[in-house]
Design a protein around this ligand. Structure first.
Ligand code: TYD
Length: 134
């Protein structure tokens, strides 16, 4: 699976008792989950990300609060807001992302298909465009 895609996960429960959302690898998560990390306590004026990955697949889920993600593929760009624990954003390889407007209570959980590997990052936008150009 390449590119990026908004995802919606099942909410089990009710307003009265609250909800459960379950994430299962190779079921509603399209890859084997090797790593989970979360980003939190980010000041509202900070932008994180500014990179793409060569191989890594990720799903971002804002389990608390809200955040915005600017996605670029070298031609187009799109801004996606995550503000619901049952929503997610799949980001495949070769997609540039910038993550900003973290609300005060934001926790952004990320499911990843690989272990952390600095070699998989492209951290410079010009290098990213060159990488896409082959
Ligand atoms: P990075 O992915 O660059 O985060 P952001 O784009 O949000 O700034 O990671 C920031 C630092 O954290 C970097 O030094 C690498 C380290 N890190 C790990 O050690 N393990 C991980 O799983 C991740 C995602 C980052």
């Amino acid at each position: 699976m390449k590119y990026f895609k908004k995802m919606k996960f099942k909410k089990i429960g009710s307003k009265k008792r609250g909800f459960i959302t379950a994430l299962e690898q190779k079921k509603n998560i399209p890859f084997e989950i090797k790593r989970v990390y979360y980003i939190y306590n980010v000041p509202s004026d900070v932008t994180r990300g500014h990179h793409a990955h060569k191989k890594l697949e990720q799903i971002l889920i804002c389990t608390s609060g809200s955040v915005k993600i600017k996605i670029k593929d070298g031609c187009n760009q799109e801004i996606i807001e995550l503000n619901e624990p049952s929503k997610g954003l799949y980001i495949g390889p070769s997609i540039w992302r910038e993550i900003y407007d973290y609300s005060e209570n934001c926790t952004l959980m990320v499911l990843a298909s690989e272990y952390y590997d600095e070699e998989d990052y492209i951290r410079n936008y010009n290098n990213y465009l060159r990488y896409l150009g082959g």
